[in-house]
Design a protein around this ligand. Structure first.
Ligand code: ADP
Ligand code: MG
Length: 320
């Protein structure tokens, strides 16, 4: 199939966003907005960010767009458009490419997002670069530098599931409890868009999505806000059957496994009820996992039975 028919095959039959003036088919797309525009790009390279031994083409598309939408969620933005730049190697057949786009399309339709452009080239390694565009009301984008001493630290969902899923997929001879659940969490992440949007009324909240693990995301918030964060090890939420893995695996995956695409945030104590209500309204699991303290030697500490240790971005601890 030539490039022209390929582009034609991914062109939507209709667009959902009313602000769109021109979608796929011209030199560039056009949309109109009076809102604050939020945009991000992420690139995924075969055998670096994903492998065909653990992902079907459908999942590659679903997860690549999911990771991007998660960045919009972490800004409190409503997803609206995406553009896909793809490098296609010769050994990928048309049906597999269609599956990548179907994976993206299935997730996008949950958010009424439209694909409005991209670029198609051939090359040695399958590479997908997705640009997402969303919007917030004026000055409502949720930045990392808004944590303050005394804030509550919270996280949505459970952590470490995606790494557990990856572990299961790469250790196929073993049997695990809730296998399909963990594999699903790895292949089809669901970004926390609705929860972040339900925080709209808050004057101040910092948010970061868990792409590299909470050890890393917490330190990004701490450094941007000039504070330190204390996490309570036993409060970090994990799935019901997570204790089937070794203590070291659990510790490593929940703190630095990453790719769970949950949201980590900090908020003032007096605003906690708003956060709780947002979680209830959007059916989101929500857990308090720590608090914000004055800037200290380490950006992040982990506490277990009143013993407080510095936590590295990688999830490793060092003695105080
Ligand atoms: P140009 O030469 O102007 O860059 P292209 O032939 O690359 O035009 O693209 C034609 C149209 O198809 C444009 O609207 C472009 O955004 C869109 N497009 C090209 N490749 C892709 C892709 N992989 N995914 C989505 N849209 C694409
Ligand atoms: Mg082009």
């Amino acid at each position: 199939m030539d490039e022209f028919s390929f582009i034609n095959s991914i062109k939507p039959k209709f667009y959902q966003q009313s602000s769109l003036l021109k979608g796929i088919g011209d030199d560039a797309a056009v949309f109109r907005s009076s809102m604050d525009i939020v945009t991000a790009v992420d690139t995924f390279v075969e055998d670096v960010h994903f492998s065909r031994s653990t992902m079907e083409p459908y999942h590659i598309g679903y997860r690549a767009l999911g990771a991007n939408i998660s960045d919009l969620a972490a800004m409190g933005a409503s997803p609206s458009f995406y553009l896909v730049s793809i490098v296609i190697p010769k050994n990928w057949i048309q049906e597999e490419l269609s599956q990548i786009y179907l994976g993206m399309d299935d997730l996008a339709s949950k958010y009424h997002m439209d694909i409005i452009g991209g670029d198609t080239v051939s090359g040695k390694q399958l590479t997908i670069s997705i640009t997402v565009i969303g919007y917030t009301n004026t000055n409502k984008a949720r930045c990392r530098q808004h944590a303050k001493e005394g804030d509550i630290v919270f996280v949505t969902g459970t952590l470490g599931d995606s790494q557990a899923g990856f572990h299961i997929l790469t250790n196929e001879n073993n049997r695990y409890i809730d296998q399909d659940f963990y594999i699903g969490r790895h292949r089809k992440p669901e970004p926390r868009v609705a929860f972040a949007q339900a925080l709209e009324s808050l004057e101040r909240v910092s948010l970061n999505d868990v792409s590299d693990g909470i050890a890393n995301e917490a330190s990004e918030i701490a450094e941007a806000s000039n504070v330190s964060i204390v996490l309570s090890e036993n409060d970090i939420p994990v799935s019901r059957s997570f204790n089937q893995f070794t203590y070291e695996q659990q510790y490593q995956w929940k703190l630095s496994g990453g790719e769970d695409f949950e949201l980590l945030g900090t908020v003032a104590k007096y605003d906690w009820d708003v956060v709780k209500k947002a979680a209830e309204q959007t059916n989101t699991q929500l857990t308090i996992i720590g608090n914000v303290i004055e800037e200290n030697k380490h950006p992040v500490y982990i506490e277990d039975n009143d013993v407080r240790k510095g936590l590295k971005k990688s999830g490793y601890t060092h003695l105080k």
